[in-house]
Design a protein around this ligand. Structure first.
Ligand code: ADP
Ligand code: MG
Length: 321
């Protein structure tokens, strides 16, 4: 199968590539065209997933299709943006019809779930690598950045932490667990749900936000740096799922929540007066700490003692000592 046939059969023909609101021109020309309304800004983010680095190789292509788009769209959620479109740059070692069909189906399922349209891409031969660029729209000036946290704000997250990190030994086949524990953890890993509605609900309310991809401590460090504040995380307040606690025990679950990757849950800072209305409206807001004057991230135990661990999250290029 040639490159153009491949693009046509698996991507241009996918339901998610059939255009929609805001897409003035989709796949097939030299560029796609997006229409952005006056008073809105375009939010753009790119993520690359490399086989053997970001996902096990081989893995189930349908699940990879879902996950590759979900992790990219999660960045739109973190900015409070509404998804509009995405592009897919696909590097493949060989052309396998079965693989492409399953990958495109997983991609399409997540695209429909998130309301985002495939508008273009690139197809090349080489080691399996997926690069997705997502485009969203956000009212001008209302995007949630990392830089607005203020001392006195609450530090919050949008749900249970550590589930994807807990799933990793299952994904890699290093451990097994009974289905009641394994299934919910694996679902978080393979099919993370970008918190799009929560991100949009936090516009004009949260002072800073991001999606947790490298563990709570490492990602909170980005807010602390960008906002020039200190963040205190209280270990007792970490929301942990029954499946994660059952699989790893309390200590292991806490470690997964603090330093494990791939959660794609939002972390954000909130002036205290904003908390009650969000909870009343039913948003999943869990307070895990607070913003203080100072710098860096501090982990506190129930007695307020500093128990900050030394290493924080996964880094592709760790700083040398
Ligand atoms: P060009 O040579 O202008 O870069 P290509 O031949 O790479 O164009 O692609 C032709 C069309 O197909 C373009 O509209 C491009 O965006 C789209 N396309 C290529 N690969 C993919 C893909 N994997 N998924 C979706 N669209 C793709
Ligand atoms: Mg091209």
């Amino acid at each position: 199968m040639g490159e153009f046939e491949l693009i046509r059969n698996f991507f241009a023909a996918a339901p998610c590539a059939q255009g929609g609101e805001g897409v003035a021109l989709g796949i097939g020309d030299d560029c796609a065209l997006l229409a952005v309304a006056p008073g809105e800004q375009l939010a753009i983010s790119t993520d690359t997933l490399v086989a053997g680095v970001h996902f096990a190789d081989p893995c189930e292509p349908f699940l990879l299709g879902q996950r590759s788009l979900a992790v990219a769209v999660s960045d739109l959620a973190a900015m409070g943006a509404t998804p509009l479109a995405f592009t897919l740059a696909l590097t493949l070692p060989t052309v396998s019809t079965d693989w492409l069909q399953a990958y495109a189906q997983g991609l399409n399922a997540m695209a429909q779930n998130c309301g985002v349209r495939l508008i273009g891409g690139d197809t090349t031969r080489g080691p399996l690598t997926l690069t997705l660029t997502v485009f969203g729209r956000v009212p001008a000036g209302l995007a949630l950045t990392r830089s607005g946290a203020r001392a006195g704000d609450l530090l919050c997250v949008g749900g249970d932490l550590g589930n994807a990190a807990g799933a990793l030994p299952l994904v890699l086949g290093q451990r097994s667990a009974e289905p009641a524990l394994a299934e919910p953890l694996l679902a978080h890993y393979w099919s993370p749900q970008p918190q799009l509605a929560l991100g949009q609900a936090l516009r004009g309310k949260a002072t800073a936000a991001l999606d947790i991809s490298d563990g709570l401590l490492a990602d909170c460090g980005h807010i602390a740096t960008a906002s020039a504040v200190g963040l205190q995380v209280e270990v007792e307040k970490l929301p942990l799922s029954p499946a994660l606690l059952g699989f790893l025990g309390q200590q292991g679950a806490r470690a997964a929540a603090l330093s494990g990757g791939d959660d794609y849950v939002l972390a954000f800072t909130l002036p205290p007066a904003e908390l009650a209305p969000l909870l009343t409206a039913g948003w999943p807001v869990r307070v895990v700490g607070r913003v203080v004057a100072g710098q860096g991230v501090t982990l506190l135990d129930a007695d307020g003692q500093d128990i900050t661990p030394g290493t924080r999250g996964y880094q592709h290029f760790p700083e040398t000592q």
